[in-house]
Design a protein around this ligand. Structure first.
Ligand code: MN3
Length: 216
């Protein structure tokens, strides 16, 4: 792919960047190993951002949009770059949320408004957890399991590849990556074991914040 020069006097180009991981690579040990975090953040997320920026080269109108705006109107993106924007933009948006909802010493049960909303929608935290694990385990191939608002209701869904519920009107604020790259080094084919361990990393304060934002 050839790089496009913007030339002198052109408006500054918006390019997407990988947000720094808000903790050390080994912060989520023993649940998620340091090597997985390093490759996942630097290489996988890095590649999504590089490829998203490449896809948008020469599309000044699209470069002005946030990744959320791009994906919410993915069907209006020119067909020639639509798949690239969908996959790499989705990858960028999904992982940007994923890093933030984990932390060192996370886990436990959610309190606050999100805790109440989860119990009201799914019966109990235990039931909710089982439903997310089930959605993640049953997603064939690569994808994500999500907690989202759809038509004003709190629901659990899974999506393929890097699709995000925003692509068809959902507002996801919590989710888990079930691509093999998220767990294979430590868990190999044991996706349910990874999912079970992952709950010990959750940053519920961040999820509460995401929930308040998504609810609006
Ligand atoms: Mn991933």
């Amino acid at each position: 792919m050839t790089a496009t020069s913007t030339g002198q006097g052109a408006a500054p180009q918006m390019t997407f960047t990988v947000p720094p991981l808000p903790y050390a690579f080994d912060a989520l040990e023993p649940y998620i190993d340091a090597k997985t975090m390093e490759i996942h953040h630097d290489k996988h997320h890095g590649a999504y951002v590089t490829n998203l920026n490449k896809a948008l080269e020469g599309h000044a109108d699209l470069q002005k949009l946030s990744v959320e705006e791009l994906l919410a109107q993915i069907n209006k993106v020119p067909e020639a770059i639509r798949s690239a924007v969908r996959n790499n933009g989705g990858g960028h948006m999904n992982h940007s949320m994923f890093w933030k909802i984990m932390k060192k010493g996370g886990g436990g049960e959610p309190g606050g408004e999100v805790g109440k909303a989860i119990s009201a929608a799914f019966g109990s935290f235990t039931d909710f957890k089982a439903k997310i694990n089930d959605a993640g385990a049953k997603r064939f191939g690569s994808g994500w399991a999500w907690l989202l608002f759809r038509d004003g209701k709190l629901v659990i869904e899974s999506s393929a590849n890097q699709d995000n519920p925003i692509m068809d009107g959902g507002k996801a604020f919590f989710g888990v990556d079930v691509w093999e790259h998220a767990y294979y080094l430590k868990y190999q084919n044991r996706r349910p074991e990874y999912l079970e361990a992952w709950w010990n990393t959750i940053n519920w304060a961040q999820v509460e914040e995401n929930f308040a934002h998504a609810k609006k």
